[in-house]
Design a protein around this ligand. Structure first.
Ligand code: SF4
Ligand code: SF4
Length: 71
């Protein structure tokens, strides 16, 4: 969602998962300190309201499917 419409202030970064690369190993969801990554049956969802842009998930992904993007 656009930054101008969010009510809560957060960091400017947001984890973005490439669904084509992601093998749903769930490593990122496990390490996320704020549980911002939700796992469904076949893909993952980053919850923007929770994600702090810390980048931990990026470092653990074995296939490089996660990047930090500008909000
Ligand atoms: S950047 Fe940090 S807070 Fe956001 S999803 Fe990844 S581990 Fe969680
Ligand atoms: S660590 Fe990478 S491959 Fe594993 S679930 Fe997360 S995004 Fe997908």
């Amino acid at each position: 969602m656009p930054p101008t419409t969010t009510t809560k202030k957060s960091t400017k970064k947001l984890a973005d998962i490439d669904g084509e690369l992601c093998g749903v190993c769930q490593a990122c969801a496990t390490v996320c300190p704020v549980n911002a990554i939700e796992v469904t049956e076949s893909y993952l969802i980053v919850i923007p309201e929770k994600c702090t842009g810390c980048g931990v998930c990026v470092t653990v992904c074995p296939v490089g499917a996660i990047t930090l993007i500008e909000r």
